[in-house]
Design a protein around this ligand. Structure first.
Ligand SMILES: [Zn+2]
Ligand SMILES: [Zn+2]
Length: 302
């Protein structure tokens, strides 16, 4: 009896309603399982896809960096911006193409080469862009001697800031012959048979400007002191005039308008003319060619 009741109860459970509920539950379970399985499968596929995408993306990003790495010092903002933006491979490609085709203005990175001046040529600085080769030149410097003790160590010209007596002597020691008779160097400037001579005596302590031709002779002797000693002879006549260096002027005639009773008027005029001529030649034909002048030897009026 009990068994029968149980069977009846069990049968009652298999009503149409119950079967529908069970089957829909099963269906939901199956669908859910399938869905879960598909989801996992799809995840796996995506990871694979990402892995396979990463290389071209990275290489694209790298190539875009490479494009800029040439000028990395010049374009820091652009380089950073690009690596920060999450770019798709297509974007990267487009970007790279644009960068390559667009001409970027060069942010010049200059290397400077200083060309120093020489005795005769001016110096300058050449600026060359390391990136594009653009060049420009500036900082021009006037020609310049490189002086040693008395002379330029390159061309041998006397140093105008050195003691003029020793500078001239140093120049003459290198450029003109030594005369045993006068114990000094002798620089001769000859015009026909007329001789204009600059001699340095006593190792440069004193200088003699000389003119000689035929029976005519003029000596202008001076040192660093304030005096100029002059001797002049022509034919039978001779004379001497000692003066202050600062009194020497050209023309020198007024200097002889004092009391020179023992000299003839004609002789005084020749004396004066020869001084003017000798000063003129020594100054303009000789000393000026080596950048010197008599003023620097203590003649303020010359
Ligand atoms: Zn440049
Ligand atoms: Zn020089």
């Amino acid at each position: 009896m009990r068994l029968l009741e149980k069977l009846v109860k069990w049968k009652c459970c298999f009503t149409t309603k119950n079967i529908a509920i069970i089957s829909s539950t099963l269906a939901v379970l199956i669908i859910t399982s399938i869905a879960l399985f598909t989801y996992q499968l799809s995840n796996l596929t995506t990871t694979d896809n990402n892995n396979s995408l990463s290389s071209p993306l990275e290489s694209a990003q790298e190539s875009s960096r490479k494009t800029f790495s040439v000028d990395s010092s010049m374009q820091p903002q652009v380089s950073e911006t690009i690596s920060d933006i999450p770019i798709t491979s297509t974007d990267a490609q487009t970007l790279t193409e644009t960068e390559t085709s667009k001409v970027q203005p060069c942010h010049h990175n200059y290397r400077n080469e200083v060309v120093p001046p020489t005795c005769s040529e001016q110096g300058y600085t050449i600026h060359t862009c390391q990136n594009c080769g653009y060049q420009y030149i500036d900082c021009y410097a006037a020609p310049q001697h490189d002086y040693g003790k008395y002379l330029c160590i390159n061309c041998g010209m006397p140093d105008p800031s050195a003691d003029p007596f020793y500078a001239l002597n140093a120049w003459m020691a290198k450029n003109v012959p030594y005369n045993e008779e006068i114990q000094g160097y002798e620089w001769i400037y000859q015009v026909g048979d007329e001789k204009y001579i600059i001699s340095t005596l006593g190792g440069g302590d004193a200088i003699v400007l000389q003119y000689c031709f035929g029976d005519e002779d003029l000596d202008l002797y001076f040192s660093a002191s304030d005096f100029l000693d002059t001797y002049y002879s022509k034919g039978e006549e001779g004379g001497r005039y000692l003066m202050d260096k600062s009194d020497l002027i050209v023309p020198s005639k007024p200097l002889f308008d004092k009391d020179f009773a023992y000299m003839s008027q004609e002789f005084v005029e020749q004396y004066s003319k020869r001084i003017d001529d000798t000063i003129n030649v020594a100054q303009n034909q000789m000393l000026s060619t080596i950048g010197m002048n008599l003023k620097s030897f203590g003649f303020p009026s010359l």
